[in-house]
Ligand binder design. Structure first.
Ligand SMILES: O=C(CO)[C@H](O)[C@H](O)COP(=O)(O)O
Length: 215
């Protein structure tokens, strides 16, 4: 296993220790979260189940014998565990490389604690090296792209990708995100935007960075 994979696994294993017995666990999406799901499978008899941020995670959770609930029917989610594409020193994140940003943001909003699990390559001083994903209503793609150009980014349509919600993704290149909350607010106000993959207003409460089998 390479260093990045070791780091992802170490962070995921550490997050398992935060799972409350008998609870419904919020589960994110991606290769780091896959390690978390494998660990959750070992303790599936100690939890009630999960709420999931994507069809891919739902399928894996069910394969591993973990009950997946509709968020609308769940009262409390003590813990949400998810990866990120970038993380700055204030625990602000870029997410959505796996196109699951909207459901991820919804579960993060509901959860009492949002724990982000990453490998060291994701840690940056200023967000924006990773293109910022924006989920858009398909008919608004060109309008939103023009507005994003005005905000100083270079939007590129992630052609062929349809989100679990039936929408499209624009990846915004060449941003230096020095004020993540302000940019999140500005992009949220563009008509046709469903979700921007900046997690600043509701950022991670805790970030676990796995490296060399340690945290
Ligand atoms: O936001 C995400 C999916 O929409 C993922 O958390 C992000 O892309 C990181 O994925 P990985 O753990 O595979 O690096």
């Amino acid at each position: 296993m390479n260093d990045a994979e070791n780091g992802k696994r170490a962070a995921a294993e550490r997050a398992l220790a935060l799972v409350e017995p008998g609870s419904v666990v919020g589960v994110g999406t991606g290769s780091t979260v896959r390690w978390f799901i494998e660990g959750l499978a070992r303790m599936r008899h100690d939890i009630e189940g999960a709420v999931s941020s994507s069809e891919a995670s739902t399928a894996l959770l069910r394969e591993r014998g973990i009950a997946v609930y509709d968020l609308n029917g769940v009262g409390e989610i003590p813990l949400y565990v998810d990866g990120a594409d970038e993380c700055d020193g204030s625990r602000c994140l870029i997410k959505g490389g796996g196109a699951a940003l909207t459901r991820e943001k919804i579960i993060a909003a509901v959860a009492r604690e949002f724990v982000c699990i990453i490998d060291p390559a994701k840690r940056v001083d200023v967000l924006g090296r990773f293109p910022l994903p924006v989920e858009v209503i398909p008919m608004a793609r060109s309008h939103v792209a023009r507005e994003l150009l005005d905000l100083g980014g270079q939007p590129v349509w992630r052609e062929g990708v349809v989100t679990d919600n039936g929408n499209w993704i624009l990846d915004v290149h060449h941003l230096q995100i020095t004020d993540p909350e302000a940019l999140e607010t500005a992009i949220n106000q563009i008509v046709g935007v469903v979700t921007v993959g900046l997690f600043a207003r509701r950022r991670a409460d805790r970030v676990l960075i796995g490296a060399d089998g340690e945290i």
